[in-house]
Design a protein around this ligand. Structure first.
Ligand code: TXA
Ligand code: MG
Length: 358
């Protein structure tokens, strides 16, 4: 059975960390908080432990894992080469929500990298994650601690919903701060390429490095001719059980369109829910709404997004209408997740001010 231990997120209790680290050293699995989402940790150099991670998540074994380290020197044995551009990125963004893709060393088993010759490495800033890595003395392989296809967990109760009985231990360190997975940057080429958008934005990387592109395969709708360089990006992630439509346009168009469509669904006996913001909540009247955050602070939207998607599943709604969140530096990362959840189902206002309700 899964043991659940509460841990102080700022100053983790040494005895709790010791107990969790022992599970990892013995080849077991421990879910733990990071600043992005909860991770499902196992010994990253032990193929058997990676096997257990894939089995617990129900994850396809061609989807590689991220290795988590606590100190820069721990990177050296994992990589064949550390490019100059990686040093600059690490100086600026580590510890923090950034994962880098390197050419792997022989030490890293192909079971961890999904058969690739590259390895993903991240140095988290969360005190529980850092203390756990230090105490275990291992690079910890940790995908997000959800069942494959479910939204990433932003609290220990989300992990429990998905993985209770399937893993050895959960460290409950409360809600995570950011709520979106790390930015993945490939540093094996001439210039940095973002393979998965996250809290660290393309603009942040460009300001530091002079240039930064997005993997073309993750821009817009999935294209069968383009294969994302991060294998995980090709799966239909974060898919709620309900149908979902994102409505885009000026605020008035969005609320009117959603209200009209929802009224029709309700008349047909469907259960409907709306993903809205504090600014728009009142415009939806009696409709069942989930307020994801405020447009005044897009970090609140990132923080609550996965929780809201899980709530829709719990309430067993048939149809979800969502507002769009393209503005701001986090817009790209938020929309990447929201578009996947909606299966790229978007209704756009045609030609500005007064669009139709088509
Ligand atoms: O914030 C995060 O990154 C969280 C926390 C727990 O650290 N972890 C996380 O892991 O989101 P996961 O496994 O859910 O997502 C890892 C992503 C997948 O899309 C995978 O395909 C990609 O990283 N990835 C891993 N190794 C790679 C590699 N060598 N080359 C390209 N993409 C890689
Ligand atoms: Mg994941």
């Amino acid at each position: 059975n899964t043991k659940i231990l509460t841990v102080n997120e700022y100053d983790p209790e040494p005895e709790v960390i010791r107990e969790a680290a022992q599970v990892l050293k013995d080849g077991g699995l421990v879910a733990f908080p990071t600043e992005t989402v909860y991770g499902l940790g196992g010994d990253g150099l032990n193929p058997e432990a990676s096997g257990k991670i894939y089995a617990a998540k129900g994850r396809p074994s061609d989807n590689p894992l991220i290795l988590h380290i606590a100190e820069r020197e721990e990177l050296i044995p994992l990589t064949a080469e550390i490019p100059q551009m990686a040093e600059r990125l690490m100086d600026t963004f580590w510890p923090g929500p950034m994962t880098l893709i390197f050419r792997k060393s022989e030490q890293v088993p192909y079971e961890t990298t999904g058969g690739l010759d590259t390895v993903a490495v991240r140095m988290p800033s969360h005190p529980v994650a850092r203390r756990l890595i230090q105490e275990a003395g291992l690079p910890i392989a940790a995908p997000s601690a959800n069942l494959s296809g479910r939204p990433s967990p932003t609290s220990a109760s989300h992990v429990e919903e998905d993985l209770n009985g399937r893993i050895d231990m959960i460290l409950d360190g409360g809600d995570v701060q950011i709520g979106l997975e790390s930015t993945i940057i490939d540093v094996t080429g001439d210039a940095p390429v973002i393979l998965r958008p996250g809290f660290i934005s393309r603009e942040d990387v460009e300001a530091l490095m002079g240039s930064c592109t997005l993997d073309p395969a993750i821009v817009g709708k999935p294209d069968l001719n383009l294969r994302p360089k991060a294998p995980g990006m090709k799966y239909r992630h974060y898919a709620p059980q309900a149908d979902m439509l994102i409505v885009e346009g000026d605020p008035d168009f969005v609320t009117r369109t959603i209200c009209a469509k929802a009224a029709k669904d309700l008349a047909e006996g469907k259960k409907v829910a709306v993903l809205c913001t504090e600014e728009s909540r009142a415009a939806y009247g009696d409709l069942s709404c989930h307020t994801v955050g405020t447009r005044g602070n897009e970090e609140t939207i990132a923080h609550n997004l996965f929780r809201c998607l899980r709530e829709f599943d719990e309430e067993k709604v048939d149809m979800i209408y969502s507002e769009s969140f393209r503005e701001g530096t986090l817009g790209g990362a938020i929309m990447n997740r929201l578009l996947k959840a909606a299966g790229y189902h978007v209704l756009q206002q045609i030609g500005g001010a007064h669009g139709s309700l088509s």
